[in-house]
Every structure is written in structure tokens, then in C-alpha cells.
Design a protein around this ligand. Structure first.
Ligand SMILES: Cc1cc2nc3c(=O)[nH]c(=O)nc-3n(C[C@H](O)[C@H](O)[C@H](O)COP(=O)(O)OP(=O)(O)OC[C@H]3O[C@@H](n4cnc5c(N)ncnc54)[C@H](O)[C@@H]3O)c2cc1C
Length: 461
């Protein structure tokens, strides 16, 4: 049968670009269809971090690491509630993903490596100029490899033949055929109905805010389900804790805050990786916590710049505005503050007394926060702001795939001709393993999907 293309890839983020590029590099005639007017999706908005083990970047500064250690960490963090074969594939392919991107000109500087999870090995590989740099490099390579593009084209329907094989896509009443189709439409952060159904933990947050592309409407999930695919990974993704003071990505709040629960107790090291922070807050009564600080900390607050400004609204002047507006609660004593926010005051007083003693000693005896963050909470007035998991970064309920990126039906049979990669799938486990996990997932499974999709092209007679 003559088809229009060998492979059609739906969605031009890093997962779709990786699939399109690998299929085209292997000689395929590829069409990449994108709903937006330009490529990139959430990938282009991202910080551009990939989580990977055993790379040449690590070796350059003497870091010994390997995929086994990464696999062990990811599985342990998730108490083995994860799909081992997919996690194994992700970890095994992670170093190659970095080398592959570097071969297209993406720069990962060894000095920029950092510990991106609650592990000890620096595996966070930060692209020089965030996710857009990766998108641009892949786009350029895809053009050289001859990938065809269609923009401004939101695909809503797959076409099946009588034998149940996916043979193309349909849009605006037009059918375009291919030997196989790759779904790479990203997540569903911008679809409130899907969030409520598949990610209720995120959807229940007041001040819920999705930071990714508006095109993340879950189309890949819907199209897959319409042809018999089943979803996995209920209530899974990455939602970050936020004070919700402004609409900005504030994944790292100032380290001098203490976070207490309604009982008035600290419950987590406040500077913990975001991989675990939202789970820690969610586990508290009411799924909330309060950031507590004093007037001395307010007066001294300034933006901390690392690779980018962190929590830019936590400056002395801006905090005064929030206090005046009542967004930050004020009390002349800890008791008054605690009563106003509904926290047990006697316990809060003990917590702060003990924390202040630790500050005097120069070491956090309870949660082992780095001593550079320790600041006594002793100058009235005292302040509090409620924290909740509310910023949705990644959704990871998605299509079930196997290690060849083939989309599975409810009986775990591959749907012929259908592949998927990236946020559209449910590879990532419940505990987001570390910063960079999603982009690594994109590249690893995008590459596999592209290569395997091309295998479906019948040999020329
Ligand atoms: C601010 C921010 C920072 C982040 N930082 C990081 C980070 O540093 N590291 C990390 O690992 N993760 C990070 N993430 C998460 C990560 O960026 C995403 O999970 C990932 O980029 C998703 O890639 P994708 O290719 O699956 O989807 P996307 O990049 O969203 O691409 C999907 C594409 O499909 C298109 N599309 C959707 N529906 C259709 C349709 N029906 N027809 C045609 N096209 C369609 C979309 O327009 C989009 O271009 C971050 C996310 C955000 C928002």
C-alpha cells in the first residue's frame, strides 16, 4: 500500500522532535504535525535540565556514575511502585540522550552539573540556554534530516484500517496516511476536566496554576483511548509547593523560612528537592503548611540569584506590600500569629525556641538544613504564609507503552502502528525522581519511538 509518509509524529516538543529526527536520520520520510504556530511546547519553556547517569560530562569532572545506580535510586525513591522495565530503559538510555543532544550542538557544561533529586550524585545536566536551546538544536537537525512540518494543525483523530492497524491521521476532514504514528502531544495540564479526573491531588489545590504550554490539553491521551489504549499512572506528575503570592515559578523559596504544619511542627528540611516537597506537604493535615519568618528576615530579604533568580518576589519591599495586602499574616507574638492562622500556638513556640537554639549552635539538629540558611526567628512582628502544592509542572498519567514505545491496549497488546513518547505516556513514576526526569524521558523514548516506528515501514519490493 502506498502511504503519504513512513512516520507521522504528532506534537513538536522534545519528545516529538526526538522521534521525528531519529526516524528521519534512519532514512524515513517523516511528517511532524504541530498544533501551535511554532515548535517547542512545554519543552521550550523548560529550564532544559536532563537527569542522566554515566555521561561524558560527569566524567570530565571525575564523577563516577552509572545507570544501575540511577535505576536503584529511582526505584527506591518510589518504594518499587514503578514500572521497572520502563525505568530501566530510561536510565540505560540517559547517558546516550546527553551525548546525542551534544552531537547536535547542545552544550552541557560540567560546572553546571548539580544534585537534582534526593540522591547524592550530580546528575542534573543543565543545557546552557534552557529548553529552547534543545528544541532549536533538534529542530535544526530535523530540518537537515528532511523532516516535513505542518504547523497550526491540531490533530484530534487517528485513522485505523480494518485490521486494527493505525494508518494515519485525520484533520479538517482530510486523511494523511503513514506506516505508523507517534503520539507526542505532551501532557494535560491545561485541561481542567482531565486534571480533575486523572490528577485530583493537583486539581484540588486552590490557586492551581499550570505553567506549561496552553496546548497541553491531553489530545494524545484522548486519541489513544479512542483506539483502545489504556491509561496508567493515576494521580502522577509534578506539582510544586507554592505560597501562591504571584504567578511565577517559585520552586525554591528562601532557605531561611521554616515550614510548619497545623500542629506547629516542622516536618521537612525546608530546602529539600522539589521531587519530595509537595508529597511532604500533602502528607500534613489539610495538605498544607505555613512558611514562618520574622521582621529581621523580612527586612533583609533579597533575591537570590543562582543560575536564575529564585523566588524573585521574596524581597523586603515586596514582602511589605504582601503584608499590607493581608496576603501574608502578621502577629505581634508567635501566639497571636498562630491563633490567626489556625496553628497550635504552644507547639509553634516550642518549635521556634528549639530552632533558635539550633541557630545559636550553628546546626539544625532536627532536619539538618545547611547552616548557611539558619536565621533566628525572634524579632516581632512575626509572619506566616500558607503553602500548598499548586503549581502543575508535569502530568504523568498517560498512555501505557512498552520498552519499544509501542502503545498498549487494555489487554497489554501493542496497538499496531501506534507509538508514544514523553509526557503523553505514563513512564514517570509517582515520585518525580529528580529535576530533569521528564526531558530525559522525552529524549530516550522519543528516539526509541522514532526508530521503532520506522521498522513498521514495509520493505520496498
Ligand atoms: C517552566 C517549566 C520548566 C520545566 N523544566 C524542566 C526541566 O528543566 N527538566 C525536565 O525534565 N522537565 C522540565 N519541565 C517539564 C518538561 O518541560 C515537560 O514535561 C516536557 O517538556 C514535555 O515534553 P513533550 O515533548 O512530551 O511535550 P511538549 O514539549 O509540551 O510538546 C508537545 C507538543 O505537542 C503539541 N500538541 C499538543 N496537542 C496537539 C495536537 N492535538 N496536534 C498537534 N500537536 C499537538 C503542543 O503544541 C506541543 O508543541 C518543565 C516544565 C515547565 C513548564
Amino acid at each position: 500500500v502506498q502511504r503519504d509518509y513512513d512516520v507521522i509524529v504528532i506534537g513538536g516538543g522534545i519528545a516529538g522532535l526526538s522521534a521525528a529526527l531519529s526516524a528521519a536520520s534512519d532514512g524515513g520520510n517523516v511528517l511532524l504535525v504541530e498544533a501551535a504556530k511554532s515548535l517547542g511546547g512545554s519543552s521550550a519553556l523548560s529550564t532544559g535540565v536532563l537527569y542522566a547517569a554515566g555521561t561524558s560530562v560527569q566524567r570530565k569532572i571525575g564523577i563516577e556514575d552509572n545507570a544501575d545506580a540511577m535505576f536503584h535510586y529511582a526505584m527506591t525513591l518510589n518504594a518499587y511502585v514503578a514500572q521497572p522495565s520502563l525505568i530501566r530503559t530510561l536510565c540505560d538510555g540517559s547517558a546516550d540522550a546527553i551525548e546525542w543532544l551534544m552531537s547536535f550542538g547542545v552544550i552541557f557544561r560540567p560546572e553546571a552539573l548539580y544534585v537534582a533529586g534526593v540522591d547524592t550524585v550530580p546528575r542534573g545536566h543543565r543545557a546552557n540556554n534552557n529548553g529552547k536551546e534543545i528544541v532549536d538544536a533538534l529542530d535544526q537537525a530535523a530540518s537537515v534530516a528532511g523532516v516535513n512540518h505542518a504547523f497550526d494543525t491540531r490533530v484530534r483523530k487517528l485513522v485505523k484500517d480494518d485490521g486494527g492497524r493505525i494508518i494515519g491521521i485525520q484533520f479538517d476532514g482530510e486523511v494523511v496516511t503513514a506506516s505508523s504514528v507517534v503520539l507526542a502531544t505532551g501532557g494535560f495540564g491545561n485541561n481542567s476536566e482531565m486534571l480533575a479526573r486523572y490528577y485530583p491531588e493537583a486539581a484540588s489545590s486552590e490557586g492551581l496554576w499550570y505553567v506549561g504550554t496552553p496546548f497541553a490539553r491531553g489530545d494524545g491521551l484522548s486519541m489513544g483511548m479512542e483506539v483502545g489504549a489504556e491509561l496508567g499512572g493515576y494521580n502522577t506528575g509534578l506539582v510544586e509547593v507554592t505560597p501562591g503570592l504571584v504567578k511565577e515559578l517559585d520552586s525554591y523559596l528562601p532557605g531561611w523560612l521554616i515550614h510548619v504544619n497545623r500542629d506547629g511542627r516542622r516536618f521537612v528540611r525546608e530546602t529539600g528537592a522539589y521531587a519530595i516537597m509537595s508529597g511532604a506537604v500533602q502528607a500534613q493535615v489539610g495538605g498544607e503548611a505555613f512558611a514562618i519568618f520574622d521582621e529581621a528576615a523580612r527586612a533583609d530579604a533579597k533575591v537570590i540569584v543562582t543560575y536564575k533568580p529564585l523566588a524573585p518576589s521574596w524581597t523586603a519591599d515586596q514582602l511589605s506590600v504582601f503584608i499590607k495586602e493581608g496576603k501574608i499574616v502578621q502577629g505581634d507574638s508567635l501566639k497571636e500569629l498562630a491563633d490567626k492562622i489556625g496553628v497550635r500556638s504552644e507547639t509553634l513556640e516550642t518549635t521556634v525556641k528549639k530552632y533558635n537554639e539550633d541557630c545559636d549552635q550553628g546546626s539544625d539538629s532536627a532536619f539538618f538544613k545547611d547552616s548557611k540558611y539558619l536565621k533566628k526567628i525572634s524579632t516581632p512582628p512575626f509572619y506566616a504564609r500558607r503553602l500548598r502544592p499548586g503549581t502543575v509542572i508535569v502530568t504523568a498519567t498517560g498512555l501505557r507503552i512498552d520498552t519499544s514505545a509501542r502503545v498498549l491496549d487494555a489487554a497489554d497488546r501493542p496497538i499496531p502502528g501506534l507509538y508514544a513518547a514523553g509526557e503523553t505516556t505514563c513512564v514517570l513514576p509517582r515520585r518525580y525522581m529528580a529535576g530533569g526526569a521528564s526531558l530525559t524521558n522525552n529524549v530516550v523514548f522519543g528516539k526509541i519511538a522514532g526508530t521503532r516506528a520506522l521498522d513498521d515501514v514495509p520493505e520496498a519490493a
